[in-house]
Design a protein around this ligand. Structure first.
Ligand code: GLU
Length: 483
């Protein structure tokens, strides 16, 4: 059985890139019939943010991602918060000492700084120099024991062989070879007794039976070190899949400077979970070349780690908005009206009749991407026209336009209240245009201006139907009197 994990560090609200990592893990386990574990990597207490864990769970749930094991969810291999597992890491670091694949080091931070400075001056890449620093190798076992017994501050470091190469395998990037002499003797246990990310991460992946590690590309440089750690423990490493970077339109790493980055920002802005999930699923993967809209079920069906791209994925906000519109149009009018009602009130339109709201939604939904666009896009449907596009008036109003509009208005007035529908309205307008031997547009543009104040909008005949006879006639008359 496959077991994957989402292992965020609670250092802030859930980032959109982290949501993609969670999603790919989720799609993978649902596709393979496995389990998804939530593990909170909270050993770095200096960067800990209160409430972040709750936000992760809430945002994942909003997106439709559920965990099978995790803190407050349960499971046999917990606890699932690393801060509750420190004893386990200490024991495992000591296990490596016994296997002679890790060692004690007693260097102070001043000594380490001096080492780095020496190396920089000599033009070599800074890296822990096992042969010249104060550690188990240079001090000997007896002195090491004496210092440990005396309670001297120390770290435990990974022993990386100076010769040979380490081979890594990644499901997205296949094989790579790294020279061991370039890999640092990573600190595993810090002087405060807390593990580093690397130790805790590997120990937990092993103890929690993780078969597939699916995570962001920023962890790729750590992979050779992680493989050496697996070898140091004598453990079989899991499979790895590193997901491509998310880039902005300038092909730079997508960051706070690009606007919204936390999932919550997108929720607040009115994105639908289905749209956001569909969009981020395609940041690095697409099952077919000719489609972009996939249901959750379809994504699960076709998800393959081997199909994930290596190249960075561009975060295109316009595409996301378009996708939101696609999903919005699939929702029932009832649901859209439910979401619209509080927005209408906020915009100052009180007590809008639900029947009228439904008709307006039906009318404009092809032209919007968000429900919150309705009050602005069609404000003239909920209250009087606030302002008229005067520039457009100058363009549209020719000699004779007013007379034609007066005449058209009286013909519209002639339509029976019970027959006030788009078909009838269209018949009257087109009929009159024909009589005048002008195109219907010559009447429709001035009409739109007098009824909505704008130059573009939803279909005119339908708009007039929804607006109702009384308002239509009144507005045209009003406009003609004032212009
Ligand atoms: N805690 C790490 C992070 O926040 C997890 C990396 C991993 O998945 O191994 O990105």
């Amino acid at each position: 059985m496959t077991r994957a994990r989402f292992a965020p560090s609670p250092t802030g609200m859930l980032h959109i890139g982290a949501l993609r990592t969670a999603l790919y893990n989720f799609l993978f386990v649902r596709h393979t019939g496995g389990k998804l574990i939530l593990r909170i990597e909270d050993t770095d207490r200096t960067r800990f943010v209160e409430g972040a864990e709750k936000d992760f769970i809430q945002m994942c749930r909003w997106a439709g991602i559920e965990f099978d094991e995790g803190p407050d969810i349960g499971g046999d291999v917990g606890p699932y918060r690393q801060s509750e597992r420190t004893e386990i890491y200490r024991k495992h670091a000591e296990m490596l000492i016994e296997r002679e694949t890790a060692y004690y080091a007693f260097d102070t931070s001043e000594e380490l700084d001096a080492m780095r400075e020496r190396q920089q001056k000599a033009g070599i890449v800074p890296k822990y120099d096992r042969s010249s620093m104060r550690n188990q190798f240079t001090l000997g076992d007896e002195e090491t024991r004496r210092l440990l017994d005396g309670g001297v501050e120390h770290t435990i470091r990974l022993f990386v062989p100076l010769t040979g190469e380490t081979r890594t395998h990644d499901l997205v990037r296949s094989e790579s070879l790294f020279a061991n002499r370039l890999i640092d003797d990573q600190i595993l246990l810090k002087s405060d007794g807390f593990p580093t990310y690397h130790l805790a991460n590997i120990v937990d992946d092993h103890l929690m039976g993780i078969t597939h590690v699916i995570r962001g590309e920023e962890w790729l440089p750590s992979l050779p070190k992680h493989i050496i750690m697996y070898q140091a423990f004598g453990w079989e490493p899991p499979e790895f899949a590193h997901l491509p970077l998310i880039l902005n339109k300038e092909r730079k790493k997508f960051s706070k400077r690009d606007g919204d980055v936390s999932v919550e920002d997108f929720v607040v802005k009115g994105y639908l979970p289905e749209a956001l999930v569909n969009f981020i699923a395609l940041l690095g993967w697409n099952p077919t070349a000719d489609r972009e809209i996939y249901s959750f079920h379809e994504m699960i069906e076709s998800f393959r780690l081997e199909k994930v791209n290596k190249a960075g994925a561009i975060f295109d906000n316009d595409k996301l908005d378009w996708m939101n519109g696609m999903y919005l149009r699939q929702l029932s009018v009832e649901r859209l009206v439910e979401d619209l009602q509080p927005l209408l009130e906020k915009a100052g339109f009180e007590n809008v009749d639900p029947g009228h709201a439904s008709a307006v939604v039906e009318l404009v939904k092809e032209r919007i991407n968000f429900v919150h666009e309705v009050p602005k896009f069609a404000e003239y449907m909920f209250g009087p026209v606030k302002s008229f596009d005067e520039e457009y008036h100058t363009k549209q109003w020719k000699e004779g336009t007013s007379d034609q509009m007066w005449e058209l208005n009286s013909r519209l007035e002639g339509i029976d209240e019970g027959n006030w529908n788009s078909k009838e309205i269209e018949g009257v307008i087109r009929g009159y245009a024909q009589e005048l031997e002008i195109s219907a547009g010559k009447l429709i543009h001035p009409l739109r201006l007098s009824l909505t104040g704008k130059r573009v909008g939803a279909g005119m005949f339908e708009t007039m139907e929804v607006l109702g006879k009384e308002k239509t006639i009144g507005r045209i008359q009003d406009y003609l009197e004032k212009h």
